[in-house]
Design a protein around this ligand. Structure first.
Ligand SMILES: CC(C)(COP(=O)(O)OP(=O)(O)OC[C@H]1O[C@@H](n2cnc3c(N)ncnc32)[C@H](O)[C@@H]1OP(=O)(O)O)[C@@H](O)C(=O)NCCC(=O)NCCS
Length: 299
């Protein structure tokens, strides 16, 4: 079932116990998210105990961009039964369909994956697509930008078409490629919002002797210091010449300018180039996980 206001306190109690917070703080945060229109209780799925009073299991649908969403990792009081987890995932999938979500994914950390969880994902029509490595690093620990062969321009200066062309080209031969068939929506999805309302440096193109060769999407929220590079790419003909490293350092410098404090990022476990790049830049690995996608038309 989806969460309703009568179970809000019980929900806050469970979340608080799972993340070592006060229930009142969780409740307050949720209430302000509801008021701001950032949280719809119909996107939160819960299971209740036999008395119907306590919330025992939760999964939340989080919309990103126009037609993409992810499900938060299942959390609950016990270890979670296959039946309960599958029921929550199935309800969340139905809600995503109702909202016209085209791409629904979820990630499960290695230390939280169980046989029951895996079976529940399969029951609910998800397929395992990739393994991911994630990093979390203070920007103060990252190297400065230094020398670079690039001249950088914002998307305001280059126009959106060039950015889409670069996204398309840079998505060749990578497990982290972007689906550009949806046109401008691909940009909105990477930004989780509208570029026009953001700092123009959020999307940049790197030029080498006047020719576009790199694209960077840098997002930061100064309120909490969170920051990430949602996509970076070098055109295939220019790879393995040190340009990825230079582009990444420019991205890091941009995140600092945009008010970032901690750099969060990740890549597919099969993306050798990006794994190598993160390692050489001193990024600190925080988690390994499986990525699952809802199979269209199932269950
Ligand atoms: C990832 C990417 C940006 C790297 O760009 P690049 O210009 O090749 O990077 P660099 O030349 O600076 O190389 C960085 C490191 O990765 C290594 N590397 C590059 N390509 C590699 C590959 N295919 N396999 C293994 N290592 C690789 C380089 O040897 C270098 O390590 P080193 O300095 O220890 O030798 C580029 O491959 C790319 O655009 N990929 C497609 C888009 C993508 O996957 N983006 C990441 C998701 S957001």
């Amino acid at each position: 079932m989806h969460l309703d206001s009568s179970h809000l306190v019980a929900y806050a109690e469970l979340v608080a116990s799972l993340q070592d917070e006060k229930p009142s703080a969780v409740l307050e945060r949720m209430q302000s998210q509801i008021e701001a229109g950032d949280l719809d209780l119909k996107d939160v799925f819960v299971a209740l105990d036999r008395t119907g009073v306590e919330v025992t299991d939760i999964v939340r649908l989080v919309r990103i961009g126009k037609d993409e969403a992810f499900l938060t990792q299942w959390r609950g009081r016990g270890s979670g039964t296959r039946h309960t987890i599958a029921a929550l995932l199935t309800e969340a999938r139905a809600r995503a369909d109702e909202l016209g979500i085209r791409d629904l994914s979820t990630r499960v950390y290695d230390d939280r994956m169980t046989d029951a969880y895996r079976s529940a994902l399969l029951d609910a029509g998800f397929t395992s697509t990739n393994r991911r490595v994630e990093y979390r690093t203070p920007l103060s620990q990252m190297p400065p930008e230094g020398e670079s062969r690039f001249v950088w321009k914002t998307m305001t200066e280059t126009g959106e078409d060039l950015v889409l062309d670069l996204l398309r080209e840079a998505s060749i031969g990578t497990p982290d490629g972007v689906d550009t068939s949806v046109g401008s929506t691909a940009i909105a999805n990477l930004l989780d919002g509208d570029y026009a309302s953001m700092d123009p440096r959020t999307v940049q193109v790197g030029f080498l002797d006047g020719t576009a060769a790199a694209v960077l999407f840098c997002v930061a929220t100064p309120e909490d210091g969170w920051s990430t590079i949602t996509f970076m790419g070098i055109v295939p003909s220019q790879r393995r010449a040190g340009l990825g490293t230079q582009a990444h350092l420019h991205g890091i410098a941009t995140l600092r300018e945009l008010g970032g404090v901690t750099y969060h990022d990740g890549t597919g476990e099969s993306n050798e180039a990006m794994l190598r790049l993160f390692a050489k830049q001193g990024c600190v690995e925080s988690n390994r996980m499986e990525e699952w996608h809802a199979i269209p038309g199932r269950p």
